[in-house]
Design a protein around this ligand. Structure first.
Ligand code: NAD
Length: 502
């Protein structure tokens, strides 16, 4: 069997948590969470959630539209004003978040299996994500007692201080590629800052967000503090973006939709943060640990089958290394197994949908027709499930479509550079600026290049490492504002200056 044939050895049923996940899926259609109640959509509509590995329906989910968003906003507004939420001590908020982290860990296997079924990432990756989710809740659990205001210097006749207060009702809209982590990254800071929230998971993969919301409800969050309204972007999502009684929107998704969210937000001057697309440069200098750099380069473009906003999809190598680097990348990528995400050997599960698979394959055609050399892969694997081979083009010119547009699939462009200036120029020569990496043993060059790259996150001699303390967000068209670490506390609060004449 070649590595890109789908493996048939996986036995999902034997996976820890699988039976619990199955029982949850079979426990009935999934509903909306509004005001502490699990309810059907007002329209009565539902939609099917498809397992991208099998193309079979996993379950049906209530489909929210603007009427449900209105109800959720009303519930969130009431909860925001209620003393049961606005009046509780910071210590109580800390305890709530710690309890959520514990509930996540106690249900870790089930959540990981559900995430794998829902969006197709290999189980080991989903197990790691669930651990990350618990860490995010624990990290933010430390914040409520540390959200300080200030007292400011004044003359003796006046007393002036600044309060840091919640934004109010927050609309949270997420993509499907790492749903649980994205949900945690928004829910945790929104709640510790005292806001209430309406969360819309992506229609392609809403299940783990719904299960997480059940766990959060069970730790005793007051009704209406967290509302969840799965549904489509053009209806439920657009209703959130344009709602006159939502104070802040936090969005993760494509740059095109981010632009629409920003425009819609002007209706009531919502505060907005946007986490958008990327086309991140991964730059390898000849003095780097080449073997490690290239091994990580393959890992990063294949991770989550390339469906990662910060994926290193443009690998820049010094021209003297082009042949060797291409050969090494091909050799490693060719060993990466495509197949069942429940098989421990699998590196690449399916893409999220037929549409996404077709989109990725159309970029392969664009690369070929513009004269890039297809060095590996480029095809669908099997006839069921949305599996695509690791695909490498080398050499590629940075001006080509495949080097400029976000493909969101396992497609790498290898691009030669002549010197440091050329590497930085080409690295920056895109509309995006989400992430970047530089590999070198020269510390001065490492920091010089890190400073010159226009990206919200830069790695030196590594890729894709993160921590809840780190902020994340985009330069240029990759984003608007920041999430993560202390910057989320700023993003979910606003300040008030108070002056008293003595
Ligand atoms: P998308 O923009 O199509 O959808 C994202 C979310 O927005 C979904 O919930 C969708 O229903 C909703 N939506 C769609 N149209 C809407 C509208 N008109 N109004 C309001 N909401 C609407 O993106 P996607 O295909 O789900 O996700 C992939 C994209 O997300 C990629 O571009 C990727 O780079 C980006 N992403 C960015 C980050 C980051 O942190 N920067 C993280 C993950 C994904």
């Amino acid at each position: 069997m070649t590595t890109t044939e789908k493996t048939a050895t996986a036995n999902p049923a034997a996976t820890p948590g699988y039976q619990k996940a199955l029982a949850w899926l079979r426990s009935g259609p999934k509903r909306l969470l509004i005001g502490g109640q699990w309810v059907d959509a007002r329209s009565g509509k539902t939609f099917e959630v498809i397992d991208p590995s099998t193309e079979q329906s996993l379950t049906s989910v209530a489909e929210a539209d603007s009427a449900d968003v209105d109800a959720a906003v009303l519930a969130a507004r009431r909860a925001f004003e209620a003393p049961s939420w606005s009046g509780i001590s910071p210590h109580a908020r800390t305890r709530l978040l710690l309890n959520i982290a514990q509930a996540v860990e106690e249900n870790a296997h089930e959540l990981a299996v559900l995430e794998t079924l829902d969006m197709g990432a290999p189980l080991a990756a989903c197990v790691a994500r669930v651990a990350q989710v618990a860490e995010i809740f624990r990290y933010y659990a430390g914040w409520p007692t540390k959200i300080f205001g200030t007292t400011n210097p004044m003359d003796a006749s006046r007393f002036q201080y600044m309060l840091r207060e919640p934004m109010g009702v927050c609309g949270l809209i997420n993509a499907w590629n790492v749903p649980l982590v994205m949900a945690a990254n928004k829910i945790a800071p929104a709640l510790v800052c005292g806001n209430t929230a309406i969360l819309k998971p992506a229609e392609q993969a809403p299940l783990t967000t719904l299960r997480l919301a059940e766990l959060i409800e069970q730790v005793g969050l007051p009704p209406g503090v967290l509302n969840v309204v799965p549904g489509y972007g053009a209806t439920a999502g657009a209703a959130i973006a344009a709602h006159p009684d939502i104070d802040k929107v936090a969005f993760t998704g494509s740059t095109a939709v981010g632009r629409q969210i920003l425009q819609a937000s002007t209706v009531n001057m919502k505060k907005v943060t946007l986490e958008l697309g990327g086309k991140s440069p991964n730059i390898v200098f000849p003095d780097a640990d080449i073997d490690r750099a290239l091994a990580v380069a393959v890992d990063t473009f294949c991770r989550n089958s390339g469906q990662i906003c910060s994926a290193g999809t443009r690998l820049f190598v010094h021209e003297s290394l082009l042949e060797q680097a291409t050969e090494q990348v091909l050799r490693t990528a060719a060993t990466f197994k495509v197949g069942s995400p429940f098989d421990a050997q699998t590196k690449l599960g399916p893409l999220i949908s037929q549409r996404q698979m077709e989109r990725v394959l159309s970029y392969v055609d664009a690369g070929k027709s513009q004269g890039a050399r297809l060095a590996l892969g480029g095809s669908r694997v099997g006839g069921v499930g949305y599996f695509v081979e690791p695909t490498v083009f080398s050499p590629v010119s940075n001006a080509m479509t495949i080097a400029q547009e976000e493909i969101f699939g396992p497609v790498l462009s290898i691009i030669p550079f002549t010197d440091e200036d050329d590497a930085v120029f080409k690295g920056n020569d895109t509309q995006y600026g989400l992430a970047a990496a530089v590999w070198t043993r020269d510390a001065s060059r490492a920091h010089r290049v890190a400073r010159a790259l226009k990206a919200g996150r830069v790695w030196i001699n590594t890729y894709a490492e993160g921590d809840p303390v780190m902020s994340f967000g985009g330069y240029k068209q990759s984003g608007y504002g920041r999430e993560g670490g202390a910057e989320s506390i700023e993003a979910y609060t606003q300040t008030k200056s108070v002056l008293m004449r003595l």
